[in-house]
Write a protein that binds this ligand. Structure first.
Ligand code: AMP
Ligand code: ZN
Length: 696
C-alpha cells in the first residue's frame, strides 16, 4: 500500500465502461421524472444511513415507505434508469444465485492470537525490533465475532462483496450483501473518498436478530444455530437474498486498503471510512502498556452489553508506514494481533442428573445445577450429551462443576473441581432403565447413545412421534404442541398418528380446558393434511434415519408406499443416497405389523400415498446421467423450477463447472468467471429455449 500521492491519482476515465454494476445512464437529458429518481435515491440512501448507522431517523417509517414506493413506481416506468444498487434493491430478490469465486486483490489473512498481557507485550517487542527500535503507537479495537467480508468500491459505488474463502479466493456474495441496510451502496456525493478502495470488516448477526431467528427455527423444527457467528456465515451464503434481507445482518469495518491512500494512520483511515457512512469498529489509541491492560479489563466486562457478539480485542500499530515496513508472515500480519477473551466460566454444584427421552428413544442426560449467572443469564441446566462424556469428565455425584457458555446457546460442563469433592462421592452412574417406562436401555454398537427400545409403549416416544407428524415440515397440522400431544395421549384419544384422523370437534372439546376455536383449528389442519405431498407423508411416519431429504429421495425413486413397503434392504440400498443403515431401518420399520396397520389407516383416511399423477407425468429420463450447471437470470421459469425440471428428467444439478459437466443452462448475465471456465473446458452452453425444447 502506498500512502503518498493524491487521492485521485488512480482515476482512469475509460476504466469502467463495461462494468456490470455501473448504472446505465439515460441517453437523453434527464426528464423531470428521471431527475426525481436520482433525487429519491439520494434521499433514501441518506435516510437509510440515519436509521441504520446513526440510529437517528429524521423521518417516520411511513414517510420512508412512501418515498420508497414513489421510487419503485418511477423505476418501473423508467427501465432505462434501472440500477442494481438502487435503494429499492435492498429488499432482495427471490432469484437464487450460485456463488462466483473471485480472487482477492490482496490476500485476506488471519491474525496471530494472544491470551495474556504478557503475550501482547511480546508482540509489541517483536514489532519494535522489526522496526529497528522505532517507537510505536498502539490502537485497541473490538474483535467482532462474525464472518469476514471484503467490499470493493469504485467511484463511490459498491463493485463487489467477497468472503474470505481460503484467503486467496472467496465467494462473491454481493447480491446478499446489498440487502444489509447499514452498508452504503453508494457513498454520499460530497464525501472525499478514493476512486477505488477496499474496506474489510465483519458481517454480524446482532444478538436480538440471532435470538429471534433461533426462536423461529425452533418453532419450525429446524436445527438451531449454535452462535451468531455461524448464523451470520450461514445467512451470507444463502441462495435467497429476500430471506437474507429478512434476517437482519449488520456489519462493522476495520481495514481500509487501496493504492495511494492519503492517510498516515489507521485511526485516520477509519475516521474517513466512518465519514463515508460505514459502521466502523470501536477504536482507541492506547498510550502505554498499562492503558492496554485497562482496555482489556474494561472491555471484558463491557462487551457483554454490546448488541453484537465479540470474542476478543485486536491490537494494531497505528502507523500505516510501519505496516508496510513490517509486512506479514505466511499467515498473518506482523503489525496486528488478536487478544482472545477466556470464555466465561463459573463453578457450581451439580444437584442431580435427569434423563430425557426423545422421539427416537435416545436418552439425553441433563445436569441440574445450583443456579449461576453466566453471560448475563441464569443457568440451571446443562447438557451432558451422553455417557462417554460423563466418563471423560469423570463426574461424581454432587461435584462442583465448571460451566461454560462459549458463545453457544446451550451451556456445557467442561470440568470438575476435584478439590471440592466430598470424601465418599461415587462416580455418576448412567441410568440402566428408561426413566419413563422402566424398560432396560440398549446401546447401539458404535454409537454413544443409550436408547429405550420400547418404541410403541414409551410415552415420550409416542407423543414425540405425534408432535413430529403434525410439524411444519411434515403434515403441518396447527394447534398440536407438546402439551396438547400429551393431553391427547393421556386422554386415550390418540395413541398413534393414525388416531388423529378419528378426532372430531366434539371429542376435542370434551377434553379439559379445550376451546372450541382450538378444536376447529386442529380439525382444519387435519383436513388440509390430506393434500400434503407423498414425500412429506414418508417423512411424517418417523422412520428412524429418514429425514426430510431422504424422504424426498425415496418418494422420487419409489413413487408409492406399497412399493416402498415391499422393498428389501438390497433394493433400497441400490437407490442413490440411501445407505445400508437407512435401508435396514426402513425394512425394520415396515416389518412391524402395527406400523403397517398405521399406513393402512392413513391411506383409508385419504393421505397421499403416492406421487401425484401430475408429478409422475412430468418425469422422464431425457437427462439421465447428465450433470448440469445453472447460471444467470431466466425469463420463462425461476431457477428453482429449472432445478426441479432437471431432477424430474433424470439429470443432476451441480454447482461448479468441471470437465464432468455435461452442459450449462445459461440465462442472462451469466457470471464472467463461469463463462471463461466453460469456454476453457469447451463445455456447451445452452439457453432457456434450447433447454425447454430438449424436454419437449
Ligand atoms: P481469527 O479468525 O480468530 O484468526 O481472527 C482473525 C479474524 O478476526 C479476521 O480475519 C477478521 O475477520 C476478524 N476480526 C474481527 N474484528 C476485527 C478487527 N477489529 N480487526 C481485524 N480483524 C477483526
Ligand atoms: Zn421408555
Amino acid at each position: 500500500m502506498e500512502i503518498q500521492g493524491s487521492l485521485f491519482d488512480n482515476i482512469d476515465e475509460t476504466e469502467n465502461g463495461n462494468n456490470m454494476r455501473q448504472a446505465r445512464q439515460p441517453e437523453a437529458a434527464p426528464s423531470g421524472e428521471q431527475a426525481r429518481i436520482v433525487e429519491l435515491r439520494e434521499a433514501l440512501n441518506r435516510h437509510n444511513h440515519n436509521y441504520y448507522v446513526l440510529n437517528r431517523p429524521t423521518i417516520s417509517d411511513q414517510e420512508f415507505d412512501r418515498l420508497m414506493r414513489e421510487l419503485q413506481d418511477l423505476e418501473a416506468a423508467h427501465p432505462e434508469m434501472a440500477d442494481p444498487l438502487s435503494p429499492t434493491q435492498r429488499v432482495g430478490s427471490d432469484l437464487s444465485q450460485g456463488f462466483e469465486q473471485v480472487a482477492h486483490e490482496r490476500p485476506m489473512m488471519s491474525l496471530g492470537n494472544s491470551y495474556s498481557i504478557e503475550e501482547v507485550q511480546d508482540f509489541l517487542r517483536r514489532a519494535k525490533d522489526g522496526l529497528g527500535g522505532e517507537p510505536v503507537e498502539i490502537v485497541g479495537e473490538m474483535k467482532y465475532d462474525g464472518t469476514s467480508i471484503s467490499l470493493t468500491y469504485e467511484r463511490g459505488r459498491l463493485l463487489r462483496a467477497v468472503t474470505r474463502g481460503d484467503g486467496v479466493r472467496g465467494d462473491d456474495v454481493t447480491a446478499n450483501v446489498i440487502t444489509i441496510r447499514s452498508i452504503p451502496l453508494e457513498l454520499p456525493k460530497d464525501a472525499d473518498y478514493p476512486a477505488r478502495f477496499e474496506v474489510r470488516g465483519e458481517i454480524l448477526l446482532p444478538w436480538a436478530s440471532f435470538e429471534r431467528l433461533n426462536k423461529e427455527r425452533a418453532y419450525n423444527e429446524e436445527p438451531l444455530f449454535a452462535n451468531p457467528r455461524n448464523a451470520a456465515a450461514g445467512t451470507l451464503k444463502m441462495q435467497n437474498s429476500a430471506e437474507v434481507a429478512r434476517r437482519g445482518l449488520d456489519a462493522r469495518f476495520y481495514f481500509l486498503l487501496g493504492d495511494n491512500l492519503p492517510y498516515s494512520t489507521h485511526t485516520e483511515a477509519m475516521k474517513a471510512v466512518a465519514s463515508w457512512g460505514f459502521k466502523t469498529a470501536h477504536t482507541e489509541v492506547l498510550e502505554s502498556i498499562d492503558a492496554v491492560s485497562t482496555f482489556i479489563e474494561r472491555w471484558d466486562k463491557d462487551r457483554k452489553s454490546l448488541p453484537v457478539a465479540t470474542d476478543g480485542l485486536v491490537f494494531k500499530l497505528n502507523s500505516l508506514r510501519q505496516w508496510l515496513n513490517l509486512g506479514a508472515t505466511a499467515k498473518s500480519p506482523r503489525w496486528a494481533i488478536a487478544y482472545k477473551f477466556a470464555p466465561e466460566r463459573e463453578c457450581t454444584k451439580l444437584k442431580w442428573v435427569s434423563y430425557e427421552v426423545g422421539r427416537t428413544g435416545v436418552i439425553t442426560p441433563v445436569a441440574n445445577l445450583e443456579p449461576v449467572l453466566l453471560s448475563g443469564t441464569v443457568v440451571k441446566r446443562a447438557s451432558l450429551h451422553n455417557e462417554d462424556i460423563i466418563r471423560q469428565l469423570d463426574i461424581h455425584d454432587g461435584d462442583m462443576v465448571y460451566v461454560e457458555k462459549g458463545g453457544e446457546i446451550i451451556p456445557k460442563i467442561v470440568g470438575v473441581d476435584i478439590k471440592q469433592r466430598e470424601a465418599h462421592a461415587q462416580p455418576l452412574q448412567f441410568v440402566t432403565h428408561c426413566p419413563v417406562c422402566g424398560t432396560p436401555l440398549q446401546r447401539v454398537e458404535g454409537e454413544a447413545a443409550w436408547v429405550c427400545p420400547n418404541k410403541w409403549g414409551c410415552k415420550p416416544q409416542i407423543t414425540g412421534r405425534i408432535e413430529h407428524f403434525v410439524g411444519r415440515h411434515a403434515m403441518n397440522i396447527d394447534g398440536i404442541g407438546e402439551e396438547v400431544a400429551v393431553q391427547l395421549h393421556d386422554s386415550g384419544l390418540v395413541s398413534n398418528i393414525a388416531d388423529l384422523y378419528d378426532l372430531t370437534v366434539d371429542k376435542l372439546v370434551s377434553l379439559d380446558r379445550f376451546q372450541l376455536k382450538s378444536a376447529q383449528r386442529i380439525m382444519r389442519g387435519i383436513e388440509q393434511s390430506r393434500q400434503v405431498p407423498f414425500e412429506r407423508v414418508i417423512f411424517a411416519l418417523s422412520i428412524q434415519f429418514v429425514g426430510e431429504t431422504t424422504a424426498k429421495v425415496l418418494a422420487r425413486n419409489v413413487h408409492d408406499i406399497d412399493t416402498l413397503m415391499a422393498m428389501n434392504v438390497d433394493q433400497l440400498a441400490a437407490i442413490p443416497e440411501i445407505g445400508p443403515k437407512i435401508a435396514q431401518s426402513i425394512v425394520e420399520h415396515f416389518s412391524v405389523k402395527s406400523n403397517r396397520d398405521i399406513v393402512e389407516r392413513l391411506r383409508w383416511a385419504g393421505l397421499q400415498m403416492a406421487l401425484s399423477e401430475q408429478e409422475l407425468a412430468s418425469r422422464t429420463t431425457k437427462l439421465e446421467g447428465k450433470k448440469i450447471v445453472i447460471s444467470g437470470v431466466f425469463q420463462h421459469h425461476s431457477r428453482e423450477e429449472y432445478k426441479a425440471m432437471i431432477e424430474h428428467n433424470g439429470g443432476k444439478n451441480v454447482s461448479s463447472i468441471s470437465k464432468a459437466t455435461s452442459f450449462i443452462l445459461a440465462g442472462d448475465n451469466m457470471g464472467p468467471a463461469k463463462l471463461e471456465k466453460a469456454q476453457k473446458l469447451g463445455i456447451e452452453i445452452i439457453n432457456e429455449d434450447q433447454f425447454l425444447e430438449m424436454l419437449q
